[in-house]
Design a binder for this molecule. Structure first.
Ligand code: FAD
Length: 417
């Protein structure tokens, strides 16, 4: 059989795939998205960052998202041992949107995919990519739900398959992450929170009172529900017994503040779990394929960076694909992989410092320097690619300096009292 042909084939219709498809379609390229599931489908990753609003705008999807009734979000709140601190994303160093949404991904991802489809993008649901042949023009083997396979030849392939990691698996590109393996247990709850100081416009990250590298997320939605989850190294949850639900409820009870906040809450969804999700790859792109979003690298959920990285990578890759389709040479390492990784590595600095406790010292410092806080706030709002921000361009050095200053001032305060 002669293969079917398209200019760009995209594996997966999540945020990375939908944005990439829309951006290519808007430039008149022929695109086919292959999505093995049917939407709506559940996905974890419900708290967005303001930076990602730029990519929704670029893809002509902002109006649809703004009108969908999602929960408004303007920042992040952190709690530890009775201390609360907040980052207001509008008070940041980098220009650009300062607010976003907290979304149930089933509906959000469907909205993006439907909007891309209404722009003319072809999405084939129920079609699974099973093989790739990279000799000559890239050719995918795709299987439909009737069990029939066909071949699809594309001048370029974008892998937006998320945790499916289709090309890394098929091409042997996977590499262990340098972050410790962790697990998450999560669910949705009818939260019935009546605490007056609870801000539904922010994600709440709570630190376990005894174990500083265990943390919980609470992400309010607009329908009286919240996403609730806990993240820890598996051995730190080994003392918990019973079903996932019993484990999650037991660990919530270990934090008196969270327990009180959720005193009237009830579960409305079966608990899910994911573990060992942090992964890395040996190569992000060649002149035949590029890995987007989670299909490339996934760090950690603590700063809600996943969807933003997915959309950022889609936007960056599409610029290179357009150039290549136009007959110009693209240096995929220099023009895609390196600039993408610069932002991912900025997040990595903060993720590592979160778990070794040093970034928590900065976050919970009682008297933060407002200018420094704005620069850190930019990163927490997703602007990890803004190299005008010294906390981006020299992320480790700057953060280490601030950690030192915080330690000194805490030591001085302790001495004085
Ligand atoms: P996905 O949204 O996963 O989409 C991939 C699509 O590819 C799927 O629909 C799948 O069906 C399809 N697919 C897979 N294999 C194939 C195949 N062989 N053929 C065809 N289609 C295929 N991110 C945030 O931004 N905010 C958060 O608060 C957040 N919390 C998180 C909490 C946890 C515990 C974890 C683990 C992650 C979290 N993330 C969060 C990360 C977020 O889930 C992902 O980064 C995001 O969903 C990535 O989007 P994507 O478009 O790359 O992939």
């Amino acid at each position: 059989h002669t293969p079917e042909t398209v200019e760009v084939a995209i594996i997966g219709a999540g945020p990375a795939g939908a944005i990439a498809a829309s951006l290519l379609q808007r430039q008149g390229k022929s695109v086919r998205v292959l999505e093995k599931q049917h939407f709506p489908r559940f996905s974890i990753g419900e708290s967005l960052l303001p930076c990602c609003m730029q990519f929704l705008e670029e893809a002509g999807m902002l109006e649809a998202v703004n009108g969908a009734g999602f929960q408004f979000k303007n920042g992040a709140a952190f709690r530890r041992d009775g201390q609360t601190t907040q980052f207001n994303f509008t008070d940041k160093f980098t220009p650009g949107p300062g607010t976003t949404f907290q979304v149930q991904r089933a509906g959000f991802d469907k909205l993006l995919a439907d909007t891309a489809q209404s722009q003319g993008v072809e999405i084939r649901y129920g079609e699974t990519v099973e093989q790739i042949d990279l000799d000559g023009t890239p050719t995918l083997t795709v299987r439909n739900e009737q069990g029939q396979s066909y071949r699809l030849e594309a001048q370029y392939v974008l892998d937006a398959s998320g945790f499916g990691r289709v090309l890394p698996k098929l091409l042997g590109l996977e590499r262990p992450s340098n972050l410790s393996p962790r697990m998450a247990i999560f669910t949705h709850i009818e939260d019935k929170i009546d605490a007056v100081d609870f801000d539904r416009n922010k994600i709440l990250i709570s630190v376990h009172p005894q174990q500083k590298d265990i943390w919980y997320w609470l992400i309010p939605f607009s329908n009286g529900r919240c996403s609730l989850g806990v993240v820890a190294e598996p051995q730190l949850l080994a003392h918990l017994e019973g079903s996932l639900e019993e484990k999650l409820l037991a660990i919530v009870k270990e934090d008196p503040e969270l327990k009180a906040l959720l005193a009237n809450a009830s579960l409305v969804q079966e608990c899910g779990t994911l573990q060992g999700y942090s992964v890395n790859v040996t190569q992000l792109a060649t002149d035949k394929f590029a890995l987007l979003g989670n299909a490339g690298e996934f760090l950690d959920p603590v700063f809600s960076s996943g969807v933003t990285i997915a959309m950022q990578s889609a936007s960056m890759a599409v610029k290179c694909v357009l150039k290549q389709l136009d007959g110009q040479a693209v240096d995929w390492q220099a023009e895609y992989a390196a600039p993408l990784m610069q932002g991912v590595d900025t997040f990595r600095t903060y993720v590592q410092a979160w778990y070794d406790g040093s970034f928590q010292e900065v976050i919970f410092h009682p008297d933060p320097n407002p200018k420094i806080k704005q620069m850190i706030c930019s990163i927490l709002a997703g602007y990890a690619w803004d190299t005008n921000n010294p906390f981006v361009s020299e992320s480790s050095r700057r953060l280490n300096t601030v950690v030192e200053i915080c330690r000194q001032s805490q030591a001085e305060a302790a001495e004085a009292s």
